[in-house]
Write a protein that binds this ligand. Structure first.
Ligand SMILES: Nc1nc2c(c(=O)[nH]1)N[C@H]1C(S)=C(S)[C@@H](COP(=O)(O)OP(=O)(O)OC[C@H]3O[C@@H](n4cnc5c(=O)[nH]c(N)nc54)[C@H](O)[C@@H]3O)O[C@H]1N2
Ligand SMILES: Nc1nc2c(c(=O)[nH]1)N[C@H]1C(S)=C(S)[C@@H](COP(=O)(O)OP(=O)(O)OC[C@H]3O[C@@H](n4cnc5c(=O)[nH]c(N)nc54)[C@H](O)[C@@H]3O)O[C@H]1N2
Ligand SMILES: [Mo]
Length: 780
């Protein structure tokens, strides 16, 4: 490719790129006030040796045929041609669908993929399975907000209204007096948004609010969750205990007659039931500051003082996603809302509840008048689902029953899983258990850009292009810029985009027309653009045609000022604008949730002691939060991500006092252990971490010393070796990966070298290589 500058976009920002023989020179979009350093991750990855250059088949699967296989994750691979890969994949899908129909195929394919809206890999998988075999077993909800997205509709309304369209940053900058954030407002998190984020504005808004005199209070185990610009206060809490703290705040507000009883009576149901619980009318336990202090580690006097800081002020309460990624994660989500209601704030400018503010660049933003359409996924002919984080349970317990949102469902029997655009060996909990779950499959097919751990467990690995190697349109409903993602580099090796792969497979399965509708990728992008253009036209807004947009590289879209609309309208007139809850009001007591009869999520919010608590053997909480140096596991081999590691290992942080007691010094290699396995990491000491807490971000590629070990050791620093694989509750069955308990010690001896970015053993001479293209058959 000639060295020309191309416009492009990613989940972490828009940019232009100059390809200098495989090395990229990136210039952030000139309209971005605070570009993300994550852009640097693109610079060195195009021709990295860990990229996938050709299709691969796992030796055990090729030699023995499809079927459960404990060697997944430890086997070697054979490079094959596309012709061979296509015939193997098509034949296997036909076989499985022929035996048991779409019920035997898991097509959830959870994952973030890349920013382009057409090549969105998960949508491509869904469309392919719908059009070729009539459907697939799907997954619902997300790892992000598994608990919140299920409980919020019962108690206040759709999550998007409370998060994405919640109180805007603009309002907060102008009106809020107190910004109380459980889990903080880390700028590392709001630098990303799915589909793209051309303007990073959070730092500016926080600065503006602080200069005006807004007081930021961050309740978190880590001081770093609140940006310096906020000049705020840090309340260092024990992980997983925010519910107890909020219950005590409510008890204090009630007892001091600071609760807004008029608001609670007119706009809410169930306050009296909660007050009875606060007062311990049933069980004799008063939920006051002294009670909460014992649980959450914040002194009772400080809790009392916090209630005083909130009283009589315009307060915005935010609860980070992180809090609900834990057992009983529904409770802090619910209690944050109740706290805002008890303060009488919902619906006031800059006041109320903004779920997950700052967790992503989408939240607190204006919305485009018309969103760029998604690729239509076709119709799924079956209705079989799992909550997304129950993947191992599903594979290990086919036919068993489970609870979800008031229903009792049954796990299907899955033979084939198809994954593109996600990395379960990054995102799921208890990786040894996940490996065993994947060992039950007949076949796992994975499309990847590189040898991730998930690719290393696959039977067929199909090399996908990176976003930089193809054309697409980048856009998010909260980003006023639509970006023409122009091609920056030629595809690596024989990599193909997911759409081309599925088009060819569809041709072989006789469903090509249904899948492609006769369009190539460029024609699809123009088609989707035209749909947006027509919708804008209906509102009297004209935008240039696709060809002009493509040439310009960027298009500014009109937005609407509707942030906070749900609660603002509700406050103005609750009869005219009731909430979409059974009562039409905020539900502090929910008869619906009570009727579901889940002991772990009853009819009003409660404090429930979690299963995992530090003890003598495992005295530390582990926080496994989002990484500052990348998006999840994406481009972990990228320049910025690697620059933040030490000796190639991920860096964990802990308090110097804890370190001293454990005989650990700055820069040591440590082993972090619990009954599920061991993780090696480099350690840094910081007083910004609460004592009793170790923090290790997610996303370092899983690199087990012995992949088949019952309790594996990861040399690189993937915390999901350690996390526990249970649901948040019988209500939502969300992911609980954020916290677990561990022991931490200095690693003695020579630590093993990290090998995460070295490809597995690859043979270029398949046993039947002499056969004509397409003749390679599993078990042949
Ligand atoms: N312990 C713990 N675990 C967690 C979390 C936590 O807080 N703690 N957070 C959870 C959360 S919120 C989330 S959202 C998940 C994220 O989990 P994932 O979304 O699975 O993580 P990503 O690393 O973004 O995975 C995307 C994969 O798609 C690949 N890819 C990119 N572009 C393309 C493409 O065009 N085609 C194909 N075929 N592949 C492509 C990338 O190489 C990458 O491997 O992790 C969850 N896991
Ligand atoms: N740079 C970067 N940004 C990202 C992502 C990424 O991978 N990289 N992922 C994006 C995605 S998909 C999502 S869903 C969001 C997730 O957004 P979050 O889930 O909110 O993000 P985390 O960083 O996991 O957690 C935020 C902070 O919550 C604190 N915390 C953890 N447990 C507790 C607790 O029990 N109580 C309190 N009070 N605080 C606690 C931790 O100190 C942590 O730093 O982030 C998005 N932003
Ligand atoms: Mo997420």
């Amino acid at each position: 490719m000639t060295a020309t500058r191309a416009m492009h976009s990613s989940h972490w920002g828009a940019f232009s790129a100059l390809n200098d023989n495989g090395t990229l020179h990136i210039t952030p979009f000139s309209g971005d006030p605070d570009p993300s350093p994550l852009l640097q991750n693109f610079e060195n990855v195009l021709r990295h040796p860990v990229r996938l250059a050709t299709p691969m088949v796992r030796r055990g699967w090729l030699e023995d045929g499809p079927g459960p296989d404990d060697r997944r994750g430890a086997d070697d691979y054979i490079a094959i041609s596309w012709e061979q890969a296509y015939s193997l994949a098509a034949a296997e899908l036909k076989r499985v669908a022929g035996l048991a129909g779409p019920e035997a195929v898991f097509g959830g394919s959870y994952g973030w993929s890349s920013a382009g809206r057409f090549h969105h890999a998960q949508s491509q998988v869904h469309r392919f399975l719908n059009t070729s075999i009539g459907g697939y077993v799907r997954s619902v909800n997300s790892y992000s907000s598994g608990a919140a997205s299920v409980i919020l509709p019962h108690i206040v309304g759709d999550m998007n209204e409370i998060a994405r369209r919640g109180v805007s940053w603009q309002e907060i900058a102008e009106h809020s007096e107190v910004v109380l954030s459980f889990g903080g407002l880390a700028l590392k998190n709001s630098q990303v948004a799915s589909g793209g984020l051309s303007e990073h504005t959070e730092r500016g808004f926080i600065q503006q609010a602080a200069r005006r005199g807004a007081r930021f209070i961050s309740v978190s185990p880590l001081a770093s969750d609140l940006p310096d610009e906020a000049q705020g206060e840090w309340l260092a809490i024990h992980p997983g205990t925010d519910s107890a703290l909020i219950l005590a705040l409510l008890q204090i507000l009630k007892q001091r007659q600071w609760s807004d009883e008029a608001f609670l009576a007119d706009y809410c149901v169930g306050w009296p039931q909660l007050v009875a619980y606060l007062n311990g009318e049933q069980d004799g336990q008063l939920r006051d500051a002294a009670w909460a202090a014992e649980i959450c580690g914040i002194p009772a006097a400080r809790i009392e003082a916090l209630a005083e800081q909130l009283h009589g002020k315009r307060v915005i309460v935010s609860v980070a996603h992180a809090l609900q990624r834990a057992q009983h994660g529904e409770q802090p989500v619910w209690l944050g809302l109740v706290l805002a209601a008890a303060l009488g704030q919902p619906g006031l400018p800059g006041g109320g509840y903004s779920y997950a503010l700052g967790a992503l660049g989408h939240y607190g933003k204006q919305h485009n008048r018309v969103a760029f359409p998604a690729l239509p996924q076709g119709k799924n002919g079956i209705d079989r689902l799992i909550p997304v984080a129950r993947i191992s349970d599903m594979l290990l317990h086919p036919g068993e029953k489970f609870r979800y949102n008031g229903r009792t469902l049954t796990y299907p029997t899955i033979k084939l899983a198809w994954w593109a655009g996600g990395n379960p060996f990054h995102h799921h909990q208890d990786l040894a258990r996940l490996r065993k779950a994947f060992a039950t499959l007949d076949t796992l097919i994975v499309h990847e850009v590189a040898w991730t751990s998930t690719a290393r467990h696959a039977d067929l690995v199909l090399p996908a292009t990176m976003t930089l190697e193809r054309e697409d349109v980048g856009g998010a409903p909260t980003d006023r810029h639509l970006i023409a993602m122009q091609q920056v580099a030629a595809p690596y090796g024989e990599a193909k985009d997911d759409y081309s792969i599925f088009s060819e497979l569809s041709r072989r399965l006789g469903s090509e027309q249904a899948f492609t509708e006769g369009r190539n990728a460029r024609e699809w992008q123009a088609h989707l653009y035209q749909q947006m253009q027509e919708k804008l036209q209906q509102q009297g807004i004209s935008v240039p045609d696709f060809a002009t947009f493509w040439q310009q590289g960027i298009l500014e879209l009109p937005q609407s000022d509707d942030a906070g609309r749900l609660l603002r309208h509700f406050r103005r007139d609750p009869q005219q604008h009731p909430l979409p809850t059974p009562s039409g009001k905020i539900e502090i007591y929910s008869a619906t949730l009570a009727s579901f009869d889940n002991a772990d999520c009853p009819g009003h919010p409660v404090w429930l002691t979690p299963l995992q608590q530090p003890d003598e053997q495992y005295p530390f909480y582990l926080i496994a939060n989002q990484p500052a140096s990348r998006l999840h596991s994406q481009l972990d081999f990228g320049r910025f991500s690697v620059s933040q590691k030490r000796g190639g290992r991920e860096v964990c942080s802990m308090h110097p006092r804890d370190a001293q007691q454990q005989g650990i010094a700055e820069g040591d290699v440590v082993e972090i252990t619990n009954p599920r396995g061991t993780v090696l990491a480099s350690v840094t000491l910081s007083e910004k971490v609460r004592t009793g807490v170790v923090q290790l971000p997610t996303g370092a590629w899983y690199d087990p010393v012995d992949p088949l070990a019952e309790q594996p050791t990861c040399r690189h620093g993937n915390p999901n070796v350690l996390t526990l694989d249970i649901g948040t509750s019988g209500l939502s069955q969300g992911c609980t990966g954020q916290i677990t308990v561990v022991q931490i010690r200095r690693f003695t001896g020579e630590p093993p070298a990290v090998r995460a970015f070295e490809p597995p053993v690859i043979s270029r001479n398949p046993p039947q290589a002499s056969a004509a293209a397409g003749d390679v058959a599993p078990g042949a």
